[in-house]
Design a protein around this ligand. Structure first.
Ligand SMILES: [Zn+2]
Ligand SMILES: [Zn+2]
Length: 346
């Protein structure tokens, strides 16, 4: 098969012919229909993820068709159209048995712990637990655009924070996660304040329903501006970027008893940022993490997509072919462009 592969961290990936994957006894092989290009892929390529073994094929925001299944797979067979969470479970550890495979002790993550979806084919482990069947009218590009970003935003807001109608949501960083959160927040009935340093991204956040737009580069105290413009602070605030400054501002912009959500990855030397714990105590704030979404939690999200309440496809700004993936991956380091780039030709 053709795959985009790198043999050293930070070295330009190449399109090469590599052996086809074979399904494990409990897994499947998918023929890719679409694969998102995500900043997490860029972090992996930069060597920030200790799970990656070289040489490596990135890509974890995928949708495709089953072309081969191992003998132990019961629920899926060739021809089924599916997507998959970026954090897949093992099915046997205490977290998986409790229904939380997104924090499995022995995770399978395509594009990180195994070769991913910047290829014609990808193998997925423990298919019965981890594959999500796609409704017939959901195309591969839209399904892949749920990726880690839309699905993680959905679970963070709807399920972890319990964002409700009439509340204020602050979104720090308007990349894929942040723009997803703007759309999801509006669909859940919240008012949304969006923060970024890029006018184009703020414009798009406004188009998707954010009613307050804060340019962080032209605002001295982002948290104070948000507290003022939301009438006392956000009920829920999301650090979609994953940076010490946005993380701090997200906690500091909350009103009393507000909920901070950390979804943006804080990696390498930024993994332990300073936080205003005085505010966490004094305002009785809650600090929540969200790490993907289990396969069994997808139906609620897919129902909202089917009803047209959520239009994740609107975030797709660029469709590319597999040979263009190395360049798109490299571009993720510069926060260039708005919305999501999806590979739809392999
Ligand atoms: Zn597990
Ligand atoms: Zn991703």
């Amino acid at each position: 098969m053709r795959a985009v592969i790198y043999r050293a961290f930070g070295e330009r990936p190449q399109l090469e012919l590599v052996p086809d994957p074979v399904p494990p006894s409990h897994g499947v092989v998918l023929r890719l229909g679409a694969s998102g290009v995500c900043r997490s892929d860029w972090h992996g390529w930069m060597g920030h993820d200790p799970d990656i073994r070289l040489p490596h094929v990135p890509g974890h925001e995928l949708a495709g068709e089953v072309v081969a299944a191992g003998p132990e797979v019961r629920r899926f067979r060739p021809g089924d159209r599916v997507t998959v969470p970026f954090a897949c479970g093992c099915g046997t550890c205490p977290e998986c048995r409790a229904g939380h495979p997104q924090v499995c002790d022995d995770q399978f993550q395509p594009g990180f712990t195994a070769w991913g979806s910047f290829a014609e084919l990808v193998a997925i482990a423990r298919a019965d637990l981890n594959l999500v069947p796609l409704p017939a009218d959901l195309d591969f590009v839209t399904a892949a655009s749920l990726g880690c970003r839309f699905a993680t935003s959905f679970r963070a807001l709807a399920q972890q924070a319990g964002l409700g109608a009439g509340e204020w949501l602050a979104v720090h960083g308007c990349g894929g996660v942040g723009l997803s959160a703007v759309m999801i927040g509006r669909a859940l009935g919240a008012s949304v304040a969006a923060v970024d340093v890029d006018d184009q991204k703020l414009l798009l956040a406004g188009e998707l329903g954010a009613s307050v737009l804060v340019h962080a580069g032209r605002t001295g105290d982002v948290a104070a501006a948000l507290r003022e413009q939301t009438g006392g602070g956000a009920h829920v605030s999301l650090d979609a970027l994953g940076h010490p400054a946005t993380c701090f501002a997200s906690v500091a912009c909350l009103r009393k008893r507000g909920r901070h959500l950390q979804v943006g990855l804080l990696l390498a030397e930024e993994s332990h940022p300073p936080l205003p714990m005085d505010l966490v105590v004094g305002r009785e704030l809650r600090v929540l993490g969200s790490h993907g979404m289990a396969a069994h939690a997808y139906p609620e999200l897919l129902r909202m997509v089917a009803r047209g309440q959520l239009l994740p496809g609107r975030l797709v700004r660029r469709r590319i072919a597999l040979p263009e993936a190395p360049e798109a991956l490299a571009a993720m380091g510069a926060f260039a462009g708005t919305g999501i780039t999806v590979i739809d030709r392999f």
